[in-house]
Design a protein around this ligand. Sequence first.
Ligand SMILES: [Zn+2]
Length: 416
Amino acid sequence: MSGMSPSLNSHYSLLLGLQTPWKVTEVSLEMEKSRVVIKVSHDSKKVACPDCGMVSPQRDCAPSRRWRHLDTMNFETIIEALVPRCNCADCGVKTAAVPWAGKHSRLTLMFEAFAIEVLQMAKSLEAGRLLLELSWDAAHAIMERAVERGLSRRDISEVENIGIDEKSFLKGHNYLTALNDLDGGRVLDVVQERTESTCRELIGKALPTLYSRSKIGAAAMDMWPAFRNATEDLLPNASVVYDRFHISGYLGKAVDQVRRSEHKQLLRDGDGILTGSRYSLLRSEHTRTEKHQGVLDEICGRNLKTSRAWAIKESFTSFWESRNKAFGEAVFNDWYGWAVRSQLKPVVKVAKMLKKHLAGLLTYFDYPITNAVSEGLNSKIQSIKASARGFRNFANYRIRILFTCGKLDLVPVFMH
Ligand SMILES: [Zn+2]
């Protein structure tokens, strides 16, 4: 170990942004550990109480403590200090707050701010923590504190349109429900399960004030009674809008069911026209490639049940494109008549379900919102899942989702 020059001490004081009464008293280099230790002391006999701010005489010092700071030229950099204690008349014996770190953290605020950026940019928590040379627990604790900080600063007063969306996780055995701010493109909160009671809990967590709940004008969701009941109960001014992506999902599933049973039948006669056609039939007009189009042309050139089912699914697009609510209703009724006469059981079933929920489909023309934003967030959530290791519980998973998809202001504020 070797001590360094006094000018280096003031150099580090500047780097740390230290102001009186704090100052750097010694900088030493531990070559064998590739480490710089910066000793900082409190150069005053008076100490401010961390709880009430009252200044009183120094009583003694707490045992020496160390904090990890940003590395200096690949040297791990440590701040070491004896932090003074006061005997506050109101609060009792208290250890002074240090300007470079939060209350119980063993990392400096500058290190935490840097670590947050690294963890945000890293592909996974594992990749980020390796870059930072932190343990999984330490990296997770940084995320946890960052999310807590972000949630306490979050402004939800402008949120008007929300999406409620369920997602399977942990190999599809569990569900979570997310409440998303559709205008802000962010996840407000998530809960486990997709029941009415957890959905109520979710609304309470994401929109904690009566005012914020009264501001919600529309909520996009699947045709799921649990979501609808909780929404109607807790969000007095919200119109329920059944989400077009979920609806097209149901129609796509119906086409696939028709395709599968027809495919089996055709194969018995040695006809393989439907082999490998699944994705061509499910693709929307915008994501179809030439190859998909070729498959579709061939199928639609024959009088198949599958081609009829596909045509019914596709024509539902004109419902969403209707000029207004009245036209929308007329388009739906035409479409419905065609669908229920098709004699394709899976298609008839979906058509009847849509008819039953028609009022919530038509609100789309008052509030043209969809869970498209949620779909983008879902794929982000999905990638967290794929790169996640060590999710010991749902609470950890929630932290990761809010850290990545919450658009929170995560970085600590430095005080000097
Ligand atoms: Zn006090």
